[in-house]
Ligand binder design. Structure first.
Ligand SMILES: Cc1cc2nc3c(=O)[nH]c(=O)nc-3n(C[C@H](O)[C@H](O)[C@H](O)COP(=O)(O)O)c2cc1C
Length: 440
């Protein structure tokens, strides 16, 4: 409480000499100390220290609103989309990023999946950490599941620049990266180094995340001119031992012909071979009782018969799950605030405008898979707890996001977890109890 007399004295001095009073009040040591001691019970140095520590701690906390409203917009102002992406990776890689000072997941968030438990259902989707450079920082930011990739067998540069565009007013982006990848060898070398280091610290770990109740997934792509089966088989052989789940990406719109692999005959053939290869994995698997589950990642731009045939391929090949969805080639122009030629850039659109498209396709997929054990993963335009819950009720065992993280910053996973927890408690349910509850 500021004593009334001191406030009056202060305002009288300001009013009397507005041009010089600020200096008088605050630059003269004696008078400022006197004022300080009168209006606050702390000595000035302690006061400044407390304020500085408070502000410091606040801006170092990933949940700070400064990330969403100051730092992310500043990065967007000074960089183009690809530079901003690289900057984000570099901050995380060098350890210069805000932390979550407490990140305990409420038990209502627990997910039972693939015979394991995740402490929360919020995942980072493929494409943010394409080369597996920031796995641990992403877990530190609260994600329960981190998917790296897509990784191609051989290094390839991807499409020419520019290839990544922001539609900021829509909290969306369009990308046509085209599987820029450092290739299997480089990622494998880094993963092995990480594995060796963490295995020494935690020899009893039962997950490649080396975290309790978290999973590391590896997303496999194919080279532009690579073989449409062998490239994925190589991925299973190389990354199987380091993954808690392997994702077969047949839905990027930026690799010519890739989406054709979603055709029923091709997909069944590919997935059957992938599963056979996974079953052959031997050696030092982190969990000797279990081989990594196989998921296929599909597009949102599919007709009902196409979705039905994908569900059939997944069942026939006996894979473990389906991620829906990748980016869309549609441009829902009526719903976009952004206008002009940028909207028509070639590539995949992601972020908020994708959600109705992906959720609609997701509901159809659920219709054709609910008679099976296939795990469905919801992805596409998820940016808050409400979106996540919508996908869960539609049948998603867990969810993934990318674009919203780019707009909202490092506190997003924690924020979404808090929103989901609040809603679950309001409904008196757990996450697992709401999965697929729209069916009932
Ligand atoms: C810049 C960018 C790169 C992406 N790269 C990949 C990729 O390499 N492999 C993949 O399976 N998905 C990739 N995706 C798709 C995302 O994983 C996700 O499926 C899609 O963006 C929809 O989710 P979102 O709206 O939360 O971003 C990429 C997305 C973006 C925005």
């Amino acid at each position: 409480m500021i004593p009334l007399q001191a406030t009056r004295r202060l305002s009288t001095r300001f009013l009397a000499h507005p041009s010089v009073s600020f200096k008088r009040c605050f630059s003269q040591k004696t008078s400022s100390t006197t004022l300080q001691s009168k209006i606050l019970p702390l000595p000035s140095s302690t006061f400044i220290l407390v304020v500085a520590l408070g502000l410091g701690a606040y801006s170092l906390d990933a949940r700070s609103a400064a990330n969403e409203y100051i730092w992310c917009p500043l990065i967007r102002f000074f960089t183009d989309a690809e530079e901003g992406h690289k900057l984000g990776i570099n901050f995380l890689k060098s350890g210069v990023y805000p932390r979550l000072f407490s990140d305990v997941d409420d038990p209502v968030l627990k997910v039972n999946v693939f015979g394991k438990t995740l402490s929360n259902p919020v995942g980072m989707a493929a494409g943010f950490d394409k080369h597996g450079e920031v796995i641990d920082p992403l877990f530190n930011l609260g994600f329960g599941y981190v998917e790296i990739g897509s990784i191609t067998p051989l290094p390839q540069p991807g499409n020419p620049l520019p290839r990544f565009f922001r539609l900021s007013q829509d909290e969306a982006v369009i990308n046509r990266y085209g599987f820029n990848s450092v290739g299997h060898l480089q990622v494998l070398t880094d993963l092995k180094r990480r594995f060796t280091k963490l295995h020494v610290q935690n020899p009893n770990a039962n997950s490649n995340s080396f975290r309790d109740e978290k999973m590391l997934a590896i997303n496999l792509g194919k080279n532009k001119t690579g073989d449409e089966v062998d490239d994925y088989i190589k991925g299973v052989q190389n990354f199987g031992p380091y993954a808690d789940a392997l994702v077969i990406n047949v839905s990027s719109p930026n690799t010519p012909g890739l989406r054709d692999l979603q055709n029923e005959a091709k997909l069944t053939n590919l997935l059957t071979k992938v599963v056979a290869e996974r079953n052959n994995l031997e050696g030092e698997l982190i969990d000797s009782t279990r081989k990594p589950p196989i998921l296929v990642k599909v597009a949102p731009d599919l007709t009902e018969p196409e979705i039905k045939s994908i569900a059939q391929s997944a069942k026939d090949a006996k894979i473990d799950g389906i991620i829906l969805s990748n980016t869309t080639i549609q441009r829902p122009v009526d719903q976009l605030i952004t206008k002009g030629s940028i909207v028509q850039e070639t590539g995949g659109l992601s972020g908020k405008p994708l959600k109705p498209i992906s959720l609609k396709a997701f509901r159809i997929l659920r219709k054709y898979t609910k008679d099976s054990d296939l795990v469905l993963v919801g992805c596409g335009g998820i940016s808050n707890g409400k979106d996540a819950i919508e996908f869960a009720k539609a049948g998603a065992t867990y969810i993934e996001l990318y674009t919203a993280f780019a707009y909202k910053g490092p506190g997003l996973a924690r924020k979404i977890k808090d929103e989901i927890t609040d809603e679950l408690k309001r409904e008196g349910k757990t996450w697992m109890e709401i999965v697929g509850s729209d069916d009932k």
